[in-house]
Structures are given as structure tokens and as C-alpha cells.
Design a protein. Structure first.
Length: 394
């Protein structure tokens, strides 16, 4: 929208202005994710998992401060990385072809299973649902409409904002209305914006680790910042001494993804500038619904999107009743079309042979890592299921 404003500017000021807008959007998405559980950007979905829980516990100020500190530190470090290491990092990005991108996204989806707080079967189901929703629209190769059910409005696919506002925003409102006695209608004023000494101790490591991971994945065109955000969260959940708090208000769950997505947003300029490859609060009730509708309608000036958001709101409410975490679905929804595109490109290059996915060293290594990770995640759950079934039989 603001691109025409830059037409009268010199190239460098125009680039600075557009970069500032881009970085601001990455940071701004965390504010609504923390306060009202509405991620403003796909990469802010992870921030909502613990940030919103902190807000419900009266720690909104500390969560917002953590997001701001993590964003500033990661952005500053990543800017230095751009200035010093742009050429060699750009050459590294060139090593990634369609097969490597596809395998990287498969690894990201497997990692997202770790984010789920409920059943592993639910998490797998949500990923499959997200992939199916991502297929709606026009086929990139044939140009044929698919899964649109003769609705021309679905020709461009389902918008992320429509899905996110429906599943997170409207779904939370409906769930909140169900419990009159415990309804969170009045939010306290945001206080305590400075983290405590213990908070500083807990967020220092996640910020550094998130910055490193985000800087590395950000140079890869096609969802680097998004994958970095989910990857940083899942990594911190594994290494943190407070892993039991993740999903229930862990401050590390805010610091790590915010550092990762801001670092990724910075380093995503490396392939664009060096190679020309572009990178790619819900409980105030009726007022929030109005703003959700206005926001969705303003995307395409189409009332169909508002009704679609309402349908996803019912779906989001259903997810909550079933105990299914929607975050893996949103990641699969965003990555699904990219995975399909890179997979079809890889198969075209190999003349239809899927062996290209394993003969490439980088791609094969990532697929092997994804397979091992999936086994490590699933086997304990399967063992527990068998044990329960055996005890029931006895």
C-alpha cells in the first residue's frame, strides 16, 4: 500500500522505508498475539501460544517487553550479519534447490508436532487439514481451479488473515461466551513493562539461540522467518529447564520465536539484495468482532471473506472443544502451497523421479532428520497407548 509513497524517493531512502515497514510488521504482529490471541503475522502464531497465556495471568507487560527486547537484539545482530556476511551467505542460499526447500519444510512440519499440547494424533490431523486448506485455489501449473466448490471468490485461495482471525479470534470469543462466570471481559491495565532479574536470566539464552537460528533460516527464500519462529520455539521447549511451562505462559516461549522471526526478517534481505531473489485479544467481545470483520473485509473488499472467517470461527471453537491445537494447522496451511510448488519443481527437474529428494545430500539429510524426529516423538506415545490398552484388557 505504501509502495507509491516511495516513488519520489531515492533508492536508498525508499529501501530503508520499505524495510522499516517490513520490520515493523514483524514486531507489531506480536502485540495482538500477546494481548488478544490474534497473530498479526504468520510468524507470530508461536508467540501467541505462551504470550497470550502470560497476558491472562496478568503478565502482559512482561510479555510485551520481552517481545520488544528480543526483536531489538535480534534485529541489531542480524543487521550486522547482513553488512559483514551477505556475499558468502548468499552463496550458501544458492545451494538450496527445489528438493532442499521441500525437505526443509517437511522438517518444519515434523517439528511443529512438538508444539502441540494435546494428542499427537490431533497434531497430525491438524497438519493434514492445514495442507488440504492450502490446496484450495488455482493450480500453479495447469491454471485449473481446485477445491473451490464453484465459488469464484476461492480462486485465489484462502487468506491467512481470514483463517487466523476465524480460528483464533472468533473461536476464542465463542469459547469465552460459553463460560459466563469465568469470562475474561475486562483486561487490567498493562503494568510491569520491565522484566525482572529472573526474567532476564531466563530470556538471555533463548534470545541468542533464536537470533542464530533465525539468521540462518532467514537467508532461505520461501518462509525462512516462519520456519525460524516455529523451529526456535520447538528447540527451546526441548532444551529449557522450564519445558513444562511451555504453552502455559513460559517467557522463553515469547523470547525465542520473537528473536527468530525478527532475525529472519532481517537476513531475508540478503538473497534479495545480493541475488535479486525475494524472500519471501479477543475478550472485549462485540468490538473485537467488528474489527475482525473490518480487517478481513478490507483485504479484498469482499463480504465472502467475512462469512468464511465466521465459518473458521466455528471450526476454531470445535478445535478447542476437541482439545486440538490449531498452531500446526496454520503452519501447514502456510507451508503447504510452497511445499507443493517446490516438490513439483523438483520432480520436473528429475523427470518425475522422486529419488532427487534423497540423492541430494542436503535434502536427504533433512528428510532423514525429519524421519528420526518423527519416530522419537511418536514412539513414546505409542508405547503409552499400548500400555493403557493392555491394562484395560487386564
Amino acid at each position: 500500500m505504501l509502495l507509491p509513497v516511495t516513488f519520489s524517493l531515492a533508492p536508498v531512502p525508499a529501501l530503508i522505508m520499505l524495510a522499516g515497514i517490513f520490520y515493523g510488521a514483524q514486531y507489531g504482529g506480536s502485540t495482538t498475539a500477546i494481548l488478544v490471541n490474534l497473530p498479526g503475522e504468520p510468524s507470530s502464531v508461536v508467540t501467541a501460544l505462551d504470550g497470550y497465556q502470560m497476558a491472562r495471568q496478568g503478565k502482559a507487560g512482561r510479555a510485551l517487553a520481552t517481545a520488544a527486547i528480543a526483536s531489538f537484539v535480534a534485529g541489531t545482530i542480524a543487521t550486522v550479519i547482513i553488512a559483514v556476511f551477505a556475499p558468502p551467505l548468499a552463496l550458501f542460499a544458492l545451494k538450496f534447490g527445489p528438493a532442499e526447500y521441500f525437505s526443509l519444510m517437511v522438517l518444519g512440519l515434523v517439528a511443529s508436532i512438538i508444539l502441540a499440547h494435546g494428542s499427537l494424533l490431533h497434531a497430525l490431523g491438524m497438519i493434514l487439514l492445514g495442507l488440504l486448506l492450502g490446496l484450495v485455489g488455482t493450480d500453479i501449473n495447469s491454471g485449473m481451479a481446485r477445491f473451490t466448490f464453484d465459488f469464484p471468490e476461492l480462486g485465489d485461495g484462502i487468506g491467512f488473515v481470514t483463517l487466523a482471525m476465524g480460528v483464533f479470534g472468533i473461536g476464542d470469543i465463542v469459547a469465552n461466551l460459553e463460560h459466563e462466570a469465568t469470562r475474561i471481559a475486562d483486561q487490567k491495565s498493562v503494568t510491569g513493562l520491565m522484566p525482572s532479574r529472573d526474567d532476564w536470566r531466563r530470556i538471555a539464552g533463548p534470545i541468542i539461540r533464536g537470533t542464530i537460528l533465525g539468521s540462518a533460516l532467514g537467508i532461505l527464500p520461501g518462509g525462512g522467518a516462519l520456519l525460524a519462529s516455529f523451529g526456535a520455539y520447538s528447540f527451546e521447549k526441548k532444551v529449557s529447564r522450564h519445558s513444562a511451562e511451555f504453552g502455559r505462559g513460559a517467557i522463553e516461549g515469547v523470547a525465542a520465536p520473537e528473536a527468530a522471526n525478527n532475525a529472519g526478517a532481517q537476513t531475508s534481505f540478503i538473497p534479495m539484495l545480493t541475488l535479486g531473489i525475494p524472500a519471501n485479544p479477543v475478550m472485549a467481545h462485540p468490538v473485537i468482532v467488528v474489527f475482525c470483520c473490518i480487517g478481513v473485509f478490507s483485504l479484498n473488499n469482499n463480504t465472502f471473506d467475512v462469512f468464511l472467517m465466521a465459518a473458521f470461527g466455528v471450526l476454531g471453537y470445535t478445535f478447542r472443544k476437541l482439545g486440538a491445537e490449531p498452531a500446526p494447522m496454520l503452519l501447514a496451511f502456510v507451508l503447504g502451497p510452497l511445499m507443493e510448488e517446490f516438490l513439483r519443481r523438483a520432480l520436473l527437474l528429475s523427470r518425475g523421479s522422486p529419488s532427487i529428494l534423497v540423492t541430494s545430500p542436503i535434502s536427504g539429510a533433512m528428510l532423514a532428520l525429519a524421519a528420526v524426529s518423527l519416530m522419537l516423538v511418536l514412539l513414546p506415545g505409542l508405547r503409552r497407548t499400548r500400555k493403557v490398552a493392555f491394562q484395560e484388557e487386564m
